[in-house]
Design a protein around this ligand. Structure first.
Ligand code: MD3
Ligand code: FE
Length: 219
């Protein structure tokens, strides 16, 4: 038998449940796992009303990530720029309501990350099929940065790139798996970030894709 220690509750090869990635950025491993089924049911209901689509960047490139939104505001991109809009430009209707399980998870994760009272008004749904990537960028369209962004990873794993305040800052690689939640607040809120191409695979709950939810206070 080995000496009892601080990490007796973990398997030998286990990673810590909570890990600070940077000032204000906290990875909550498996935080959403128990609610993954309910979250994915919510995703299906939202997507039935506001189907996934490949947005076009202001520069004219089709994004490889497929996106939709729920909540009072949704993030959209077209030739005229990036913005938050109350309506789905494809249907002209308001974005679907944010499922209650989404709002509860975002609030409880933000609290666990040190932010009490998070009431997001936008949830961006990103779908990555194998080969899909998201190049290094900042999230700056929300207009104010006092609240964190809470991200939830479901389905296939991905390697997340987490850089610094400048595009040229060296990025750390953070593997994210099904059920992981990250709270990005404080100084990390404006850091550059991206996602490496998702590897081939099949997940029992999502099939051949990764779904990422990002909760934001945009209005
Ligand atoms: C770090 N999505 O939708 S979530 C995005 O996995 C986006 O789909 C990625 O970047 C995805 O804009 C990453 C993690 C994330 C989201 C926002 C951040 C990390 C962040 C904002 C600041 C710093
Ligand atoms: Fe982002």
């Amino acid at each position: 038998m080995t000496t009892p220690g601080l990490f007796d509750d973990l398997e030998d090869d286990a990673l810590p449940a909570t890990q600070a990635l940077a000032s204000g950025a906290v990875l909550l491993r498996g935080f959403a796992r128990a609610r993954a089924g309910a979250l994915l049911d919510g995703v299906s209901k939202v997507l039935a009303q506001a189907p996934l689509r490949h947005l076009v960047t202001p520069g004219g490139f089709r994004m490889s990530v497929a996106m939709s939104n729920c909540g009072p505001l949704g993030w959209v991109s077209d030739r005229s720029g990036y913005r938050y809009d109350a309506n789905d430009p494809d249907s002209g209707r308001p974005w679907p309501a944010m499922p209650e399980v989404f709002a509860e998870l975002a609030d409880s994760a933000a609290r666990a990350g040190g932010f009490d009272g998070f009431a997001p008004d936008a949830c961006l749904i990103n779908r990555y099929e194998p080969g899909t990537r998201l190049s290094l960028h900042q999230d700056r369209d929300e207009g104010h940065y006092d609240w964190p962004i809470v991200s939830v990873s479901l389905g296939l794993p991905a390697v997340f790139l987490f850089g610094g305040g400048r595009r040229s800052d060296k990025a750390q690689r953070v593997p994210l798996v099904h059920g992981d939640v990250v709270v990005w607040g404080g100084p990390s809120r404006l850091h550059y970030h991206g996602v490496l191409p998702v590897k081939d695979g099949v997940h029992p709950m999502t099939g051949a894709c990764r779904i990422n939810l990002t909760f934001r206070k945009a209005g």
